[in-house]
Structures are given as structure tokens and as C-alpha cells.
Design a protein. Structure first.
Length: 95
């Protein structure tokens, strides 16, 4: 067995999990199966396989970077109760 009871108890403490005595055997078996699967995967020869960022060979279509909206700052400043050239004037909240 790749994972023993003591290791499961240590993992449970580190992960802050409450594992009861009745669950320890099942968790030990489950974690052992996971480790076996990972070991089995690591045995596969991948020397001829190029690393990839995405299994889908797709290129994302990007739109042209164009300005589509104009500034309506003068109209907005005109609607403000108090404005000073380019800024909105608000009452002082913190003294």
C-alpha cells in the first residue's frame, strides 16, 4: 500500500479535516488508488509529445481596436449642480 494510516492522519491534520476512525480505512484506500493512478500516468513515455497550453488548436478571433464612443463630458458637467472646468464639485465629507 502506497499510503498508510499514519500518513492519512497527518494529511487530515494538515488539511484541517475531521476524519473519523471508521473513515480512515476508506480514505487510505482512496488516496492509495489516486497515487497508483498518478504513478501509472507518469510511466507513459511523453518524449515525442510537444507541450501545449490548450488541447484545442484554435486561435481566438480579435476585433479591431477602434474608438466607438465619444466623450460626452461637457454635457455631463453642464448637468452637475456644481462644476469647475473639468471637475465635479462635491461637499466636503471628511474634515
Amino acid at each position: 500500500m502506497l499510503i498508510n494510516r499514519k500518513e492519512v492522519e497527518q494529511i487530515a491534520v494538515l488539511a484541517k479535516l475531521a476524519v473519523s476512525e471508521s473513515e480512515i480505512e476508506a480514505v487510505t484506500h482512496s488516496l492509495g488508488s489516486v497515487v497508483e493512478m498518478i504513478n501509472h500516468i507518469s510511466e507513459v513515455n511523453t518524449d515525442a509529445i510537444k507541450p501545449m497550453a490548450n488541447p484545442m488548436d484554435v486561435v481566438q478571433r480579435l476585433r479591431a481596436d477602434k474608438v466607438t464612443e465619444t466623450s460626452n463630458k461637457p454635457q455631463l458637467l453642464a448637468m452637475a449642480p456644481n462644476a469647475d472646468e473639468d471637475y465635479y464639485l462635491v461637499p466636503t465629507v471628511v474634515e
